[in-house]
Design a protein around this ligand. Structure first.
Ligand code: AMP
Length: 214
């Protein structure tokens, strides 16, 4: 089963993707993670996108479509989770074409709905483990021991450069202008499922599971 997790920055796409990877042996394809990896390894493309990402703007469709296309030849295991992709109508069309060319289908689109005020709080408090990817929050989910990941014991806890109020404002604007039209797009295609992303994490996970199993 191949799915898209759709939602504004901070809606919980990455968190829910991690649950699906563990529980259903799915493969998470996060264009944000791919772009951050390209920056860290210092590739030409990574250098090109760094300033755009820090400003909270979208990188070009060409770059992210290329990143996703490269991944479709790999092992798809229990299915693909598109996390943070597509973010524009052109990307959505391209994804449909890429999947069709591989004889694959998109089975569901899950929209995680969260209001803007909650997003600001979630984003400005969040940090992750650089080693295992566990996600934390200053107020709602701090580490048990300060500076140490509960899951793997790493001290490599990181905050994203674009998780600040200025970048977030721009990221939200990009979301409403360019990504939210995808809600109507997938509604028309008949595979949209909306989940209230403001509920407790376990409840969101249960609702996502119910949407996928429906
Ligand atoms: P994310 O980790 O999904 O929040 O993405 C972080 C940043 O990477 C975004 O603010 C964009 O600058 C860039 N990015 C990630 N995915 C895409 C995409 N599908 N299209 C354009 N830019 C993207």
């Amino acid at each position: 089963m191949n799915i898209i997790l759709l939602g504004a920055p901070g809606a919980g796409k990455g968190t829910q993707a991690r649950v699906l990877v563990e529980g259903r042996n799915m493969v998470q394809l996060s264009t944000g993670d791919m772009l951050r990896a390209a920056r860290t390894s210092g590739t030409e493309m990574g250098k090109k996108v760094a300033a755009i990402m820090d400003a909270g703007q979208l990188v070009t469709d060409e770059i992210v479509i290329g990143l996703i296309a490269e991944q479709l030849d790999g092992d798809t295991k229990g299915g693909l989770i598109f996390d943070g992709f597509p973010r524009t109508l052109a990307q959505a069309d391209a994804l449909g074409d890429l999947l069709a060319a591989k004889g694959m289908e998109l089975d569901a689109v899950v929209e995680l709905r969260v209001d803007d005020e909650a997003l600001v709080d979630r984003i400005t408090g969040r940090f992750t483990c650089g080693n295992c990817g566990e996600v934390y929050h200053d107020r709602t989910k701090p580490t048990k021991v300060e500076g140490t990941c509960d899951v793997c014991g790493s001290h490599d806890l990181k905050r994203r450069a674009d998780d600040n109020e200025d970048s977030l404002r721009q990221r939200l604007l990009e979301y409403y202008k360019k990504t939210s039209p995808l809600i109507g797009y997938y509604h028309c295609k008949g595979n949209l499922n909306a989940v209230d992303g403001l509920q407790a994490m376990e409840k969101v996970t249960a609702d996502v599971a119910a949407a996928l199993d429906a």
